[in-house]
Design a protein around this ligand. Sequence first.
Ligand SMILES: CC(C)(COP(=O)(O)OP(=O)(O)OC[C@H]1O[C@@H](n2cnc3c(N)ncnc32)[C@H](O)[C@@H]1OP(=O)(O)O)[C@@H](O)C(=O)NCCC(=O)NCCS
Length: 196
Amino acid sequence: MHDEDKPSPPASDAARSVGTVDLVRIDPAGADREELIAFMTGEVFPFHVGMRPTLEQVEDGIAAGRYRDEDNDSFWIDHVEHGRIGFLRFEEISDGAPLFDLRLASAWRGRGLAKQVLVQAAEHVFTTMPDVDRFEGQTREDNRAMRHVFETCGWVQEAYYREGWPVAGGEPLGSVAYSILRRDWVSGEVTPLRWS
Ligand SMILES: CC(C)(COP(=O)(O)OP(=O)(O)OC[C@H]1O[C@@H](n2cnc3c(N)ncnc32)[C@H](O)[C@@H]1OP(=O)(O)O)[C@@H](O)C(=O)NCCC(=O)NCCS
């Protein structure tokens, strides 16, 4: 690769926090299997469709490749001071515009750590997936913390799917879609969205 082809580091303020978290690749069917099962079944994820993953669901997911295959790749989030704080999965990788699933362990929520994870996630995508120009995320409308993280990190809201998020035992809620473009990641600028 020529120097001029290498992705430049992002220039945004949030990007300066890169380096406080590392993404450590998970071997879901091998060395990390038990820890992955313990994490997924030992935590509650109030804004996920499956709020309390069962042992069977996680085992089936591992067997089906939902933690690692051509579309999925999973990582532990290791913080330089706090150690292991959560889990991150890249999804739909082969589509050319990956999504992610971010889950901090409950002990590490509410401390502003997800910002650093999202910055590191974009760094990972745009430096290791040369054909990817869009990195996408979706969250439930009432996940104010995650929405704030997207906005702080320069992601742009692109859609609001009303009643698009099923809720077990309740009315569906809205699903909000964000993305970051490679060119915005490179420049540190946020390209505003023109709705018409
Ligand atoms: C969602 C999640 C990643 C957020 O991570 P976090 O870094 O702990 O988020 P915080 O609670 O520290 O909040 C982040 C920011 O949102 C703000 N915020 C939190 N709740 C808010 C609310 N109800 N209204 C407005 N702002 C809010 C915080 O003040 C903080 O802002 P600051 O950084 O400017 O101080 C984490 O809670 C988590 O892993 N939850 C479970 C899994 C999940 O929901 N994942 C999202 C899948 S897309």
